[in-house]
Design a protein around this ligand. Structure first.
Ligand code: UD1
Ligand code: CA
Length: 463
């Protein structure tokens, strides 16, 4: 394949989102739209990537850093004018230019490749346009093409006549053009149209005037070129992404009890033969190994779940939670920066933070690792097969030895040796029969009080 450069349009900040955050930085599945797009575009190993920025450009630059080049477009006079701003960055570039929109985040690398292949077909089109047929074509620019996909005309909706508007093939905005031709064509684009803008689409019409042909490559699924201009379109993009990911997970052998209630992150990795119950949310950075079950209403983020583990229902795994093979975390258990050894269990009502728990350990209900003193975080280490009785507080830094037992209700602030029993509670007071004597005395007292109140009322009646 020839050298490729990508030009990504992101000069419009997206006013319809009514946001202080640039449109292309809004996340879908926990990752900004422009990073979704760059992830695919980078699979073509472009020699250069030029992002066209305008308002809020500092935000885009902060997010993408030096991995890409930037060209500023100010003022924003249309899509053609936007691409023109890349001329300086691409002046020594002789390969193919792929034009993408930062707010059309789901274009696949395969589609990009198909467009570049088409650009080098025997009929040598001047421009290759990515077309699609949406359910509702209303506001899109139209691609008027013959049945071989040769483009006769590109026309914006606002400039189109009835017959042109009746055409269902629309312009996604994505285009491929040879770098050696792009800027010569762009320099001829004018703005005499309904919107007074410099339309990128006009390069196709100008090439036609020169007797060149241009070609349309049609997306099989119009969802691939979904664009985002509003919060509701952002929500729709999220839905679309989630649906695809759920489908993909199931195709890879994951059981989803109620797929529409499971929410993945862009980087969630689930192995085959994992079962995920209803209403589970994955934040970024989660890996789940085969045979694990994630039960209903669990929330996982930055967590690694080992083979055959059980999580939840109602569990919360926060960043740095690592569950060894066959370990279990039950209802209302929270783990953060904590590792649970093979087969270890924390089944109920527990907080494990900054801790390591040995294989086969049993963490009783209500156990809390007290990891924070208000200034610093401290570690708790629990040895293999240790047994932590219910409602214990482990005051870090503290180490509980292997095979040790911590008695229920203990507040442990000093290390426990291997094999030791540690009980930290007040001595028990035992008084046989005391309760019986207490109840008898109190009942007698109450009856006497009642009798004397009755006597008083009788005296009053006589008076
Ligand atoms: C454009 C296409 C239209 C296509 C539609 C698909 C043109 C003339 N029209 O229309 O055929 O159907 O996209 O969504 O190309 N941008 C800049 N600078 C500008 C103008 C736009 O960077 O001066 C960026 C925007 O931030 C956006 C993208 O280009 O990411 C598209 O701009 P938008 O105004 O949404 O184009 P449409 O009018 O929708
Ligand atoms: Ca748009």
């Amino acid at each position: 394949m020839k050298n490729v450069a990508t030009v990504i349009l992101a000069a419009g900040k997206g006013s319809r989102l009514k946001s202080g955050l640039h449109k292309v930085l809004h996340p879908v599945a926990g990752r900004s739209m422009i990073l979704h797009l760059l992830d695919q575009a980078n699979r073509l190993q472009p020699e250069k990537t030029v992002v066209i920025v305008g308002e809020f450009r500092d935000q885009v630059q902060a997010a993408l850093g030096n991995d890409v080049e930037y060209a500023v477009q100010e003022p924003q006079l249309g899509t053609g004018h936007a691409v023109q701003q890349a001329e300086g960055a691409l002046k020594d570039f002789a390969g193919d230019v792929l034009i993408l929109y930062g707010d059309v985040p789901f274009v696949r690398a395969d589609t990009m490749r198909a467009m570049l292949d088409r650009l080098h077909a025997d009929d040598a089109p001047a421009v290759v346009v990515l077309g699609f047929r949406p359910a509702d074509a209303l506001r899109y620019g139209r691609v008027i093409a013959d049945k071989h996909g040769r483009i006769e005309k590109m026309v914006e909706h606002k400039d189109a006549n009835e017959a042109e508007r009746a055409c269902t093939l629309c312009n996604s905005g994505v285009m491929a053009v040879k770098g050696s031709e792009l800027f010569a064509l762009l320099s001829r684009v004018g703005n005499r149209n309904a919107q007074g803008e410099y339309y990128l689409t006009d390069i196709v019409n100008l090439a036609n005037e020169d007797g060149r042909t241009s070609a349309v490559v049609e997306c099989e699924d119009p969802k691939e070129v979904t664009g985002v201009n509003s919060r509701s379109e952002l929500a729709a993009a999220e839905r679309q992404w989630q649906d695809l990911k759920r489908q993909e997970a199931m195709e890879n052998g994951v059981t989803l009890k109620a797929p529409e209630t499971v929410f993945f992150s862009w980087d969630t990795q689930i192995a085959p033969d994992v079962t995920i119950e209803q209403n589970v949310v994955f934040g970024p950075g989660v890996k789940v190994a085969t045979g694990a079950t994630i039960r209903a209403f669990s929330h996982l983020e930055g967590a690694t779940v080992g083979e055959g583990c059980q999580v939840g229902p109602f569990a919360r795994l926060r960043p740095g939670a690592i569950m060894g093979k066959g370990s279990r975390v039950g209802n209302f258990v929270e783990m953060k920066n904590a590792a649970l050894g093979e087969g270890a269990k924390a089944n109920h009502l527990t907080y494990l933070g900054d801790a390591s728990i040995g294989a086969g350990a049993n963490i009783g209900a209500g156990t809390i690792t007290c990891n924070y003193d208000g200034y610093f975080k401290h570690r708790t280490e629990i040895g293999e097969r240790a047994f932590i009785g219910s409602n214990s507080s482990l005051i870090a830094p503290v180490r509980i030895g292997a095979d040790a037992i911590v008695a229920a209700g203990s507040a442990v602030s000093r290390d426990v040796a291997d094999g030791e029993l540690r009980m930290v509670r007040a001595e028990q007071m035992v008084k046989p029969g005391w309760a019986d004597r207490f109840h008898d005395a109190m009942k007698r007292k109450k009856e006497a009080a009642k009798a004397s109140a009755k006597g008083d009322r009788t005296e009053e009646g006589k008076a």
